[in-house]
Structure formats: C-alpha cells, structure tokens
Design a protein around this ligand. Sequence first.
Ligand code: SF4
Ligand code: SF4
Length: 174
Amino acid sequence: MTLPLGIDFEFRKLIMDVHVSSDKIKYCYQCSRCTDNCPVAAVANPFYENIFDPRLIVLGTLLGYKDVVMALAGTKSAIVPWGCTVCDTCDEVCPQGIEVTEIIALAKNITTGAGLAPDNVVAQTQAVFENGKAIPSQPAIERRREQLGLPAVAAPDVNEVQTLLKAIGVDKKL
Ligand code: SF4
Ligand code: SF4
C-alpha cells in the first residue's frame, strides 16, 4: 500500500509547524551535505526500490510531496523514512541548521498513525511492549556474561514501560 501521489499542503504545514526552527527549513539550498554524510544513504540504496536521501526528504517536505517523504511506506522495501537511524549527522553538518531528523521523526509518526509502519518495526515495538526492552534476555546471553565476568543485567520494569507506552497510545497501534 502506498500513499496517494500529489501535493499535500496539510502535510507541508504539519512538518513546518513541528520543526523547532521552522523558518530554517525554507533556507535549504539543496547543497546535499546531509546526504553526502548520511551513513544510510551511503550503503543502503542499492538494496531498495526507493532511495534514501535526506536532501530529497527536505525538498519533498518543502514542496508538500508526501510521497517523496514516505515513499513505499508500509511495504517490505520501505526505507523512507524508516531507514534513518537518527544518528543526527545530517543535523550536525547542515550549514543552514536544519533539523532533518525532526522531519523524519514526524514522517515515521504519520506513517505509523496511518497503519503503514513496516512489519519489522511493529514486531520490534511489540517486543519492547511485552518485555520492557528490544531484545529479551536469553539464558545463552546470561551464561556468556557470567563467563566473561560481567554483571547480570537488571530486569526492566515492564509495567512502567507499558504505562509509558500506553500513555502515548502505542498499545492501540500494535
Ligand atoms: S545539508 Fe541542509 S541545506 Fe544542505 S541539502 Fe541538506 S538540509 Fe538542505
Ligand atoms: S539522522 Fe538519519 S538521515 Fe540523518 S544522517 Fe543519520 S541516518 Fe542519515
């Protein structure tokens, strides 16, 4: 399932409104420094149908092209916006001080709200909801830690994690 093609002014306004320095987005001059320094764009694109390009994400936002920002969301080949690891490199190198990661975070939220989050993201979220952490503890890991003389990892407070996730409606999206 893909989102409909076309200019979406509401989407554009939404992203402008949440950006901490919304005026700055308008001054993106497409220098591509964000893309040139993005570790995901450097290695992942040959493996996906659509390309992951922070510069294009900013341009798509400015033009109101929701599809460019969330292309192929909800499919197994989705990398926009989900490929972003939130390493913040793009934010740090942008000469205009644009917070590209904020745009991407909102795109992820919109995609999730539309029920288009990729299966692996939903499964990972489910694991956090059920276990309080992304990777549940396993006897093999615990034995290995003991062999290496590492302390046992404290169990998370699952109730507390679930309370927090429910407060932002995550349970309803799973
Ligand atoms: S580095 Fe900044 S100004 Fe350059 S393309 Fe990326 S967002 Fe735009
Ligand atoms: S925060 Fe995301 S888009 Fe920006 S450089 Fe890192 S992986 Fe790329």
